[in-house]
Design a protein around this ligand. Structure first.
Ligand code: CA
Length: 314
């Protein structure tokens, strides 16, 4: 659909610096990203902060700082802390569930650095400030995280997100922004109840990931995508939804999902392109990116490594 695919920095340049820190965002900006991603969750005092999960124990030192504040399930939730408390935490490279080992061992060390949680406003001001000082027009790509869970917690994150976005001038479909969500019902609410005119992207998961109660196998059919196209401008599928490897020679073959999405007028922005975690069947990163761009004609991609990816797209 578009000529050159949009380069979306997934949680910033998180292949190099702890995810969702302003440092990782500035680095991604400097590496030539077209859009910077923000995952958005709510604090106890109803502020929006940029964090990937409703839990904060995998990427901060909350267990040391506030040992008694876990819920019954043993997890620590952003929603249980005021912004001022979250600001006291140190953010670190993502650790596995053992609390010690790195999810991506080759990345930034998990036990060093001084980074903090940032609000959505702080991040937008970074992007808009850089746009002014560089003359570029880099966009933002916020995701409403776990909307059903947030509603049960008594907060409408989407409404608050749209209010913040409007304050910073994001109101029109031509503005440099996409709003993304895994939950179709929430995207429909954003479009129809909130009257949002921004470009929207329906993320597509595997049902087993429990991202929402949507049936994603149905969503990936022609009828499912037609329904999505009534609300959204694009889809964000998992890379593995877009191809399969042939039994005979192991070569990747299109699943047809990109074509069906394009037939329904939907852009396709798959996630996640990582040099240290390749898609099934690909031997190196360049081969993977080139195949998705040349064979599938994707319209954008989420990557942890904006620099390498930018060079491949040029
Ligand atoms: Ca995300």
């Amino acid at each position: 659909m578009s000529d050159k695919p949009l380069l979306i920095a997934h949680r910033g340049a998180c292949g190099y610096l702890p995810e969702h820190t302003l440092e990782a965002k500035a680095m991604a900006y400097a590496m030539g990203a077209d859009f910077l991603e923000q995952d958005v969750v709510a604090t106890r005092d109803d502020r929006l902060v940029v964090l990937h999960d409703i839990h904060i124990d995998s990427v901060t030192n909350v267990v040391e700082q506030f040992p008694s504040r876990a819920r019954a399930d043993g997890r620590y939730y952003a929603r249980d802390f005021d912004l001022a408390e979250l600001k006291r935490l140190n953010v670190h490279e993502r650790r596995a569930t053992d609390g010690i080992s790195a999810v991506y061992p080759g990345r930034f060390p998990t036990n060093t650095g001084r980074f903090s949680v940032s609000t959505l406003e702080e991040e937008i001001e970074l992007v808009q400030g850089l746009n002014r000082s560089t003359g570029e027009n880099v966009g933002i790509y916020p995701e409403v995280k776990s909307p059903a869970w947030h509603h049960a917690e008594g907060i409408d994150v989407s409404r608050q997100l749209l209010r913040v976005l409007a304050n910073y001038g994001y109101t029109e479909p031509t503005d440099p922004i996409f709003v993304q969500c895994f939950d179709y019902d929430e995207l429909q609410r954003i479009r129809e109840q909130h009257g949002c005119k921004l470009r929207l992207l329906q993320l597509i998961a595997e049902d087993s990931w429990n991202e929402s109660n949507n049936n994603y196998a149905d969503m990936r059919t022609s009828a499912g995508l037609k329904k999505v196209s009534g609300v959204a401008d694009g889809i964000g599928p998992w890379v593995e939804h877009l191809y399969a490897c042939q039994a005979i020679d192991g070569q990747p073959v299109s699943s047809g999902l990109v074509n069906v999405a394009h037939e329904n007028g939907l852009q396709v922005h798959p996630y996640t392109f990582r040099t240290d975690e390749l898609g099934t069947g690909f031997d190196n990163y360049a081969e993977m990116v080139n195949w998705f761009v040349d064979e599938l004609a994707i319209d954008g991609l989420f990557t942890d490594f904006p620099d390498v990816t930018r060079r491949l797209l040029e």
